[in-house]
Design a protein around this ligand. Structure first.
Ligand code: NA7
Length: 531
C-alpha cells in the first residue's frame, strides 16, 4: 500500500471486502483489470466479520447464501441450514484460500474521501491514515448496514455499566448472572435476545414495534445431508437466479384473489410449517400489495404465535390482535425459541411505544412513566442508517465537488440503484433503490456484479473515458421506483426500507420492489453520457 505522497494507481478501486466487494473483485479479474479492495477492518467478511453479537446468524438457507462459484460450493460444506457468524468467518477464510482475495486487499484502510477529477476522469480516494489511491472505476461495496444507528438519548454517556451496539460487540462479554437490557427487536434484537435470555439473570427487552418473527426451523446437517446439499448446490444456485427473492423457491404465479379462502388457509399453514422466509415470500404474488390477503397472513401468524405465549400481557405486546403495520412490510426475523424465551418470568418486556426511553442514568434506563431499569449491560440493537449512511461516510463528491449527501438531501435519485448522475464510473452494489433487502444477498450481488463487469467490459472495449448515467434516465428510474412502491403496502410501515427508522431522515421508499423488471436492458448508449 502506498503511503502519503505516491498514490496507488488502479483500474478499479473497490471499497469493502464483504460478499459484494469480493464478488466484484472476482468478476473484474475476469477482465484482467488491476483491481484492489480497500477495507476498513482487518479481515474479510464485511458484516460477517463485524457482527459478533451472541446469536448472529444468517436468515437465508444454505447452500445459496454463499458464493455461486463452482470451486467454492463444490468443496465447502455447511454444518447447518442457517449457519452462525463464526461459520461465515471460517467460510471467508476458505474463500480466501481458493480465490486468493487477501493479496488484492488493503486492510485497515478506511476511505474518508472520494472525489472525481474531470481532467483525468479518475477517482481519487483517500483513507483515514493518509493512503491515496487513484482509479478509473470506483465501486463502493459497503452494503446497507455500515453505519450503526444509536438514538441520541440524554445521558447515554453517563451510563457506568457496559454498553455496546450490536455491530461493534466485543469478544468475551460475560452475561452470566447479569441484568441485561436489549433495546430494539429488529432482526438483530430477536437473535440476540434468544441468547441473552439463556445467560442473563434478568433480561429487559425494550420493544417499540413487535417483530413478526417466523419460525426458522433450523437444522443441523448430517454428513449425508451435507453431501446431498453439495450435490444439489449447482441446481439451487441456478434456480435462485430465476426467482424474485433470490431463493430457490418463489410464490405460485397467482394473486390472492385467485385462491379460495380454504386454499389460503392451507397455504399459510404449509408455509408456516415449512419455515424460514417461505411465509414472507412463498405464498402468493401480491402479499405485500393487497390488504385483505395480507391481513389473513397476519392473523394466521398472530394465532400461531399467541399459542406459544402464556403470559397474557406479553402475548398482546408480542403478537397483538391488531397488526401495527401490514404483515411483512418490515423485515421479519427468523426465530428458534424467541417466544418461549420472552415468556420466561425473568425476561421483562418494556413497551417503549407506550413509554419511550427518555434518558440514561449511571445505573440504567429511564422511561417516560418515570420507571428506572437498573442494569449491568445494555445492548443497542437499534439498527443502521441503512443504505445512504454507508455511502455518506465515504465522503463521496460529484463532478462539481458536491457531496452525495447534499445531492440527496431532497430525495435519493439513482439509476438502477447502482449509479448516480454526476458520479461517473461509480457503481455501488447492494444499496439503495435496488431490490436489496427483499432478496437473498449473495445471489442478487452476483447479478449486480455481473452487470458491473459487463458494462465496464464494454466501456473498455469502446475506449470510453467515463460513464455517467443521464439525468433523464435517472429521473425515469426513480419515478418508476416510486410508482411501483406506492402500489404496495410498504409505505405503511416505519421501516428502514422507507428511511423511517431514523429520526429526521427523509421518509421515502428506498427499495426497488420488482426484481423481474430489474433485468438490465439498460446497458448502452441512450442511458449514459461520457464525462
Ligand atoms: P432494525 O431492523 O432497524 O431494528 C432496529 C430496532 O431498534 C427496531 O426494533 C426499532 O424499533 C428499534 N429502535 C430504533 N430506535 C429506537 C428508539 N429510539 N427507541 C426504541 N427502539 C428503537 O435493525 P437490525 O439491526 O435489527 O436489522 C438490520 C438489518 O440487518 C435487517 O433488516 C437484516 O437485513 C440484517 P422500530 O421497529 O423502529 O419501532
Amino acid at each position: 500500500a502506498s503511503l502519503h505522497d505516491t498514490p496507488e494507481e488502479l483500474d478499479a478501486a473497490i471499497v469493502g471486502a464483504g460478499f459484494s466487494g469480493i464478488y466484484i473483485l472476482y468478476r473484474l479479474r475476469q477482465l484482467n483489470l488491476n483491481v484492489k479492495i480497500l477495507e476498513a477492518a482487518t479481515d474479510l467478511g464485511g458484516t460477517w466479520h463485524l457482527n459478533n453479537y451472541p446469536g448472529a446468524r444468517v436468515d437465508c438457507p444454505s447452500p445459496i447464501y454463499a458464493f455461486g462459484i463452482e470451486e467454492i460450493y463444490t468443496k465447502w460444506k455447511w454444518s447447518e441450514l442457517y449457519p452462525a457468524q463464526e461459520e461465515f468467518q471460517a467460510y471467508f477464510h476458505f474463500v480466501d484460500e481458493v480465490l486468493s482475495i487477501s493479496k488484492d486487499c488493503m486492510f485497515d484502510s478506511r476511505v474518508t474521501s472520494a472525489t472525481f477529477d474531470t481532467q483525468s476522469s479518475k477517482w481519487f480516494l483517500r483513507t483515514q491514515d493518509g493512503k491515496r489511491v487513484v482509479a478509473k472505476y470506483f465501486i463502493p461495496a459497503v452494503g446497507f448496514a455500515a453505519q450503526p444507528y444509536t438514538p441520541s438519548w440524554k445521558g447515554l454517556e453517563l451510563f457506568q455499566g457496559e454498553i455496546h451496539h450490536t455491530s461493534t460487540w466485543p469478544q468475551g462479554v460475560d452475561l452470566k448472572g447479569k441484568r441485561v437490557a436489549v433495546i430494539g427487536t429488529g432482526s438483530t434484537g430477536v437473535q440476540l435476545i434468544q441468547e441473552v435470555a439463556k445467560e442473563a439473570a434478568e433480561t429487559f427487552v425494550f420493544q417499540r414495534t413487535p417483530n413478526m418473527a417466523l419460525p426458522m426451523r433450523q437444522k443441523k446437517l448430517t454428513p449425508a445431508e451435507k453431501d446431498e446439499m453439495s450435490a444439489e448446490a449447482q441446481e439451487l444456485f441456478r434456480l435462485a437466479w430465476t426467482t424474485g427473492n433470490g431463493l430457490a423457491w418463489g410464490p405460485e404465479p397467482k394473486i390472492y384473489s385467485q385462491f379460495s379462502p380454504d386454499e389460503i388457509q392451507q397455504i399459510l399453514h404449509q408455509l408456516y410449517t415449512d419455515g424460514g422466509f417461505r411465509y414472507w415470500s412463498g405464498g402468493w404474488l401480491d402479499l405485500l400489495a393487497e390488504p385483505e390477503g395480507n391481513r389473513k397472513a397476519y392473523d394466521y401468524w398472530a394465532k400461531r404465535t399467541r399459542e406459544r405465549i402464556q403470559d397474557p400481557v406479553k402475548r398482546d405486546l408480542l403478537a397483538p390482535l391488531e397488526p401495527p403495520h401490514p404483515f411483512g412490510t418490515k423485515r421479519p426475523s427468523l426465530e428458534q425459541d424467541y417466544y418461549e424465551q420472552m415468556d420466561k418470568p425473568n425476561v421483562h418486556l418494556v413497551n417503549t411505544r407506550a413509554h419511550p426511553i427518555i434518558e440514561f442514568t449511571p445505573k440504567g434506563i429511564v422511561t417516560d412513566d418515570c420507571e428506572t431499569y437498573e442494569v449491568d449491560v445494555v445492548a443497542l440493537a437499534t439498527g443502521y442508517n441503512a443504505g445512504t449512511g454507508s455511502l455518506y461516510q465515504l465522503g463521496i463528491k460529484d463532478v462539481n465537488g458536491v457531496n452525495l449527501e447534499e445531492r440527496w438531501r431532497e430525495g435519493i435519485a439513482t439509476f438502477l440503484g447502482m449509479t448516480v448522475h454526476g458520479f461517473p464510473n461509480m457503481f455501488y452494489p447492494y444499496g439503495v433503490q435496488a431490490p436489496t433487502p427483499l432478496t437473498n444477498g449473495p445471489i442478487f450481488i452476483d447479478f449486480q456484479a455481473s452487470f458491473i463487469r459487463d458494462i465496464i467490459k464494454r466501456a473498455e472495449q469502446e475506449n470510453i473515458r467515463s460513464l455517467d448515467a443521464k439525468k433523464s434516465v435517472q429521473e425515469a428510474w426513480t419515478a418508476q421506483l416510486h410508482a411501483i412502491g406506492s402500489q404496495t403496502l410498504l409505505p405503511q410501515a416505519d421501516s428502514w426500507y422507507m428511511g423511517a427508522n431514523i429520526l429526521g431522515k427523509t421518509r421515502e421508499n428506498a427499495v426497488f420492489r420488482r426484481r423481474a423488471s430489474y433485468v438490465p436492458g439498460y446497458m448502452w448508449r441512450d442511458c449514459w453520457r461520457e464525462v
